[in-house]
Design a protein around this ligand. Structure first.
Ligand SMILES: [Zn+2]
Length: 376
């Protein structure tokens, strides 16, 4: 959790008028040798000293480093120049269109970084379609919007030493400008404007995952710490809603060779791997460890660590029910997808399909939390 005073934020009851929208700096290209910008209409260049001039060029413009600044097509620009699109103009960086001001920077290693400076509410439009299917029910998307907004506020300034707040990849939240934004996404962000989750007057650090497999996880089981000291909203709840979700039951096969390679990364394994068994389980049903047998002795291997070594997309979760020994490897049978902490997206979808509101969905997955409005 973040102390709100440190962020200069106040929380008030939901329904209060949100103050001036807060802004966020997101790195949309980092340390690249060059970038292509496609400018659709009028825009202005503003240099760090304040000098402004219209950008008369349109279409595909190459951005490259030069001796002590940048080159955009045939223009020389000082590092830190802002490219400010006029209303209605978009600037494509790679495949994705952007409407916010783009700060063009020369890095010390003579590469280029592009940072988009935009209101947090616009940032959320560019996050939502990539973290949840934009065609899912609006109430599920609204719950996701509140979780994504809470995450953004809780992580403002996380990369300040690198000159921006958030990355545009999974280390923060995936952000792709206006790509994939539809009316459903706009509605979800607009109808939850400024709303975040709080707990005991502080901003709650929120998480989400695809499917919990029947019980959400205590945050400390995944990220360390004492599970008994986890804030109440992040301790996990029994979830009957995702029972019919596609990721509820899965199996995955790994060869002995792949398992040995992953175990060598994660454990001090000596000798040939003879067997791998299920170890201890936490109260939410997630496996804490495996027992690997090699070189005549047993060793406990952290389950989340082994999942990452095998590939989190291949081993969907550590809620593993059984292992089946096959001739050349092991078949894992499990439930759910993701780390299991916080919002269960498939459960949220099913709740929305049953007519439950985003407030009900959020208080189900984050019990004891309050829905609050951020004000500056
Ligand atoms: Zn669930």
């Amino acid at each position: 959790m973040i102390a709100l005073a440190a962020l200069g934020l106040l929380l008030t009851g939901a329904g209060a008028q949100a103050g001036a929208p807060s802004r966020v700096d997101v790195a949309i290209a980092r340390g690249v040798l060059s970038a292509t910008l496609r400018v659709s209409g009028p825009a202005v260049l503003q240099e760090p000293g304040g000098r402004r001039r219209p950008l008369r060029l349109r279409g595909e413009l190459r951005l490259k480093p030069r001796a002590n600044g940048l080159r955009l097509a045939d223009l020389s620009l000082p590092s830190g120049t802002r490219l400010i699109p006029a209303p209605g103009t978009t600037v494509r960086v790679g495949a994705d269109p952007h409407e916010g001001a783009l700060i063009l920077r020369l890095d010390p290693a003579r590469t280029v970084t592009i940072v988009e400076d935009l209101p947090i509410e616009d940032y959320l439009l560019g996050v939502l379609p990539h973290e949840m299917d934009p065609d899912w029910p609006t109430e599920a998307l609204k719950a996701q919007a509140v979780v994504a907004r809470s995450f953004a506020y809780a992580n403002l300034g996380r990369f300040r030493d690198q000159g921006f707040d958030l990355t545009s990849d999974t280390r923060s939240q995936v952000f792709r400008g206006l790509a994939g934004v539809n009316e459903n996404v706009r509605t979800a962000v607009r109808q939850t404007r400024g709303e975040v989750l709080g707990w005991h007057g502080k901003l709650l650090r929120t998480y989400f995952h695809a499917c919990c497999g029947g019980h959400t996880e205590n945050a400390a089981e995944v990220w360390g710490g004492d599970p008994a000291k986890t804030p109440r909203p992040l301790r996990g709840v029994r979830d009957p809603w995702c029972r019919t979700a596609p990721p509820m039951r899965w199996s995955a096969y790994f060869s002995w060779q792949d398992l040995t390679a992953a175990l060598e990364q994660k454990a001090n394994l000596r000798g040939v791997l003879k067997s791998l068994k299920l170890g201890r389980r936490d109260p939410a049903g997630y496996l804490r460890d495996f027992v690997a047998r090699a070189g005549g002795r047993d060793e406990r291997v952290d389950a989340n660590g082994l999942r990452l070594a095998l590939g989190a997309a291949d081993l969907k979760s550590v809620k593993i029910k059984r292992l089946k020994r096959l001739r050349r490897g092991l078949e894992f049978w499990g439930a759910g997808s993701g780390h299991g902490v916080g919002l269960c997206q498939w459960g949220a979808r099913r709740q929305a399909e049953h007519g439950r509101s985003y407030e009900q969905i959020l208080s189900f997955y984050f019990p004891g939390s309050t829905l609050s409005v951020v004000e500056r």
